[in-house]
Write a protein that binds this ligand. Structure first.
Ligand SMILES: [Zn+2]
Ligand SMILES: [Zn+2]
Length: 328
């Protein structure tokens, strides 16, 4: 197999040839059809997240077909198309696993971070954390659903069912998917971009946002909730300023620059500030069964696997709308 591997923090990914691994007990091997590029991959490569201590193959939006089953795997078969997300393993015994919060597990493994991911021609996964995807839709179009869609979904649920006016800060891979879900649910979506980024604002309006503007602007009506997808701490006070009394701000990213000090007035009147971490398998089942009914259309830019470094650089610079996807 071939892969683009991170050998040290802050280093460029290296094209490497590796022996094909056999899946261990409870594992599957997947031939990768497509792997989405997530901002978390950038945080791993850039060292915003601690280096896992060993070379790692990034990528946790994997769509592929099973080509080998490890001992004891039930309910999956060779040739089947599956999706492999960020949550790659949980302990099953800690207080979080026991209480339905496996996303907060004390001893998890994360695909493309603490276990090898999908910037490769093949990947090994824990079978219990792979989602059957069915045959509808192209691998490339489905890949962004596996994290941008899933984490976006968890964030949307966290925003609350009663959030009829919803702000999305950072209109990239996650927002462009979750805007479609929110609009389908009958919510009014407000898209916030980098100030002056009229191209992305047009993109947001094109997807059905009732308003799009710079993150330094106030929306024309107070928001019931806002989700922050961009890794920019200054957006926290900005979003608190935009939500009504009792409104909620959800931070969806795994990393954010420092949050500047802000006046208590912004939090006063029972505004809430929460974060979303990882996903549960139930989130995946809920979202992946809903997605075909909504008819979500992902906007993707394809890169050959070998050009993963270029895809990451383009994500860092905001050079495309929607999501980047690597194709082996
Ligand atoms: Zn656990
Ligand atoms: Zn991700």
């Amino acid at each position: 197999m071939h892969a683009m591997r991170l050998d040290a923090p802050h280093a460029a990914l290296q094209w490497v040839e590796l022996p094909d691994r056999q899946p261990g007990p409870g594992e599957i091997r997947v031939r990768v059809g497509a792997c989405g590029v997530c901002r978390t991959d950038l945080h791993v490569v850039d060292g915003d997240l601690p280096f896992p201590g060993h070379p790692v193959i990034p990528g946790h939006e994997i769509v592929g077909r099973i080509d080998a089953l490890g001992e004891g795997v039930q309910g999956l078969h060779p040739g089947q198309r599956v999706g492999i997300p960020w949550l790659g393993h949980t302990c099953g015994t800690c207080r979080y696993c026991h209480s339905g919060h496996e996303n907060l597990c004390d001893h998890p493994l994360f695909t493309g971070y603490t276990r090898d991911g999908g910037y490769a021609t093949a990947a090994i996964a824990d079978a219990r954390y792979a989602f059957p995807l069915g045959e509808d839709g192209d691998d490339v179009d489905l890949a962004p659903l596996l994290c941008a869609g899933l984490i976006g979904w968890r964030s949307l649920v966290m925003a609350g069912e009663d959030a009829r006016t919803l702000g999305l800060y950072g209109f990239g891979a996650a927002a462009h998917i979750i805007a479609q879900v929110a609009i389908w649910q009958g919510r009014r979506v407000y898209g916030f971009t980098r100030p002056g980024d009229s191209k992305t604002q047009d993109f947001a309006r094109g997807l059905g946002a009732v308003w799009a503007g710079g993150s330094d602007e106030q929306p024309p009506e107070p928001l019931d909730a806002a989700i922050i997808f961009a890794p920019v701490g200054a957006l926290v006070p900005a979003a608190l300023r935009a939500v009504r009394k009792g409104g909620r701000v959800v931070c969806a990213g795994i990393h954010m620059s420092e949050i500047p000090a802000f006046s208590y007035d912004l939090l006063w009147e029972e505004r809430q500030l929460v974060s979303v971490a990882n996903l549960t398998r139930q989130d995946g089942l809920d979202f992946l069964s809903l997605a075909p009914r909504i008819g979500i259309r992902t906007s993707t830019t394809r890169y050959p696997l070998r050009e993963a470094n270029r895809a990451l650089a383009d994500l860092r610079a905001g050079r495309f709308e929607g999501a980047a996807v690597l194709v082996p």
